[in-house]
Unconditional design. Structure first.
Length: 569
């Protein structure tokens, strides 16, 4: 960290100065070379650790100056103290590191440096907005040298950092594979789950909506992130209902909607994180009952093997989960090698999601709507439908082949399955749909950037902005009247059936292939069968009260007559 030359004059009265002579520097270098502890030198000189570190780093130049300059010991250099913004930034950073450690998150030096830079930029903007011009020329690069000094200042010598270059533990993986199915589980009873993030309204950077967002200083919709937990079984015939964690419990777009009718298990917390409590609730209230029902329907013992990684949101200890769920943790440093959900399932899901979003823009634009209006109406309610559709698009073959590295002998469709080709084809479809929608400049690289960006954690600034949005939504909820859940009625159902009949008539008149037209009509009838079942249920419910009414009226008349008879006598 340093002040630029332009600030030397204007800021000289606002920063403390301390003269360090060349003689003093030589003395410090000598003490360090003799093995004296840094804390003792700090205590005796009154200098900061970073200043002493800088002096020692430049010892060769200092010694050379002492040899060539006559009377060099009289020379002095002005050393500026650190600006308060750096102290505040490091304090916030220490709190953030402590929070990550509490959650069990393994940090890297690069991640800490990125967080520091993000905090610095946020603080600098805030202080400038508040009128503090002393920060105008303060620069901060979050360099490796700064990180080393920060680690010393913050007493983080014992901080455990992730080894980003570590190779997967293939030996542990091989042992894990041998022991995996010793419990006598059928392939249908072996499940895997994994968390991922989704910026549900994010579009490629070359769309004009994304470009317009950059000009707006307020909260950006493309930063709105949710967390998903996706899972399925080894057989590939089961895709679990996704768990979704959003920053708001009651967003305006879902006003009046019952959570039980959503295509996801809806949960919320301020940071849109899957916490241990949320994960355990999902396992106990949804997954465990699902396993019981699924095993009963397939004549299997009521038990399942759940394979998960060591994420902070996964409590350690199988006793905490459920009676019919046995939990197995993937060995350390093998997650990237073995985790089935990471072997193409999550990536394919996100690719399908973006496809569906672009198809939505294309279809809506064909009806004459502007792209900006479509963008503004793109709510979390619409995103839920797209999430469900994208998850439904994942084929059983994709679900099964993702277990190739973990349980290869139970993968039945690996031959001829080329995930990379499918991903490439999907990106090309997204580009084609984007151009048809009117986003002419979008290319495959832009699509790839969007898909990979979902793995990014929100910055401190973005979390603050999301918190403001959440509070604003909650305040508006208190002012608005509660909307009743709109239940589909008989009239609506009848309109659906009328449209069904019209479509059947068109198919019969247009298609001379009778066998094909009958197949399509039967498929349509099967698709709409839930509405027919609902109609019959409502019909019976509507008739039953009338019968009960006559019965109750007669009963009331009889009871009234008996009471009158008693009174007369």
């Amino acid at each position: 960290p340093r002040l630029s030359p332009a600030a030397k004059t204007s800021e000289k009265d606002k920063l403390k100065r301390k003269n360090i002579t060349l003689k003093d520097k030589l003395e410090i270098i000598k003490r360090i070379e003799c093995g004296e502890k840094q804390k003792d030198i700090i205590a005796s000189t009154g200098l900061t650790g970073s200043t002493i570190y800088t002096i020692f780093q430049n010892k060769e130049k200092i010694k050379q100056s002492a040899e060539t300059l006559i009377g060099g010991y009289k020379l002095s250099k002005v050393s500026r103290s650190r600006h308060s913004i750096l102290e505040r930034m490091e304090l916030l950073l220490l709190r953030w590191i402590e929070e990550q450690n509490t959650k069990g998150v393994l940090l890297s030096a690069m991640l800490i440096q990125e967080k520091a830079l993000s905090l610095f930029e946020g603080l600098k903007k805030k202080m400038l907005d508040e009128g503090d011009q002393t920060v105008k020329y303060v620069e901060f690069a979050a360099s490796r040298g700064w990180f080393d000094r920060f680690r010393q200042r913050g007493f983080l010598h014992t901080l455990r950092l992730s080894n980003e270059a570590a190779s997967p533990d293939t030996e542990s993986a091989a042992t894990f594979l041998d022991q995996l199915l010793e419990g006598g589980y059928d392939a249908r009873q072996v499940f895997n789950m994994d968390e991922t993030g989704l910026f549900w309204k994010r579009l490629p950077s070359k769309t004009f909506m994304s470009q317009e967002e950059k000009k707006v200083p307020s909260h950006k919709p493309s930063k709105d992130r949710l967390a998903l937990l996706l899972g399925g079984n080894l057989k590939g015939d089961v895709k679990l209902k996704p768990l979704l964690v959003y920053h708001s419990e009651n967003p305006r777009a879902l006003k009046g909607m019952l959570r039980s009718v959503l295509p996801v298990i809806w949960r919320s917390n301020h940071k849109s994180w899957v916490t241990q409590d949320v994960f355990m609730d999902y396992v106990r209230s949804y997954f465990s009952p699902f396993v019981e029902k699924y095993c009963r329907e397939n004549s299997l013992p009521n038990k399942a093997l759940l394979i998960i990684d060591n994420a902070p949101c996964h409590p350690v200890g199988t006793i905490l989960y459920a009676d019919n769920i046995e939990v197995v943790f993937l060995p350390p440093q093998t997650t990237s090698l073995l985790q089935p959900m990471d072997q193409g399932i999550i990536a394919t899901f996100k690719s399908y999601y973006l496809q569906i979003v672009m198809r939505h823009f294309r279809n809506e634009s064909k009806s004459g709507r502007s792209l900006m209006d479509i963008w503004k109406d793109f709510s979390i309610k619409v995103a839920l439908r797209f999430i469900a559709e994208a998850w439904d698009c994942i084929s059983p073959e994709t679900m099964n082949v993702a277990w190739m590295k973990l349980c290869p002998r139970h993968v039945y469709c690996a031959r001829g399955f080329k995930h990379d080709e499918l991903q490439s084809e999907s990106r090309m479809k997204i580009v084609k749909l984007a151009k048809e929608a009117g986003f002419k400049d979008v290319g495959e690289d832009d699509v790839e950037d969007v898909l990979s960006s979902h793995n990014q954690e929100p910055t401190h600034k973005e979390l603050v902005e999301l918190e403001k949005v959440r509070k604003s939504e909650e305040e508006n909820e208190e002012l608005e009247e509660v909307t009743e859940f709109r239940e589909i009625n008989m009239k609506m159902l009848q309109e659906i059936f009328d449209l069904e009949q019209q479509l059947n008539d068109k198919i019969a008149s247009y298609d001379d292939d009778i066998e094909r037209s009958i197949f399509v009509q039967n498929s349509l009838k099967e698709t709409l069968n839930p509405y027919h079942v609902l109609y019959e249920k409502k019909l019976r419910h509507g008739q039953q009260p009338r019968i009960l009414h006559y019965f109750l009226v007669g009963q009331e008349e009889k009871e009234a007559g008996e009471e009158q008879h008693v009174e007369e006598h």
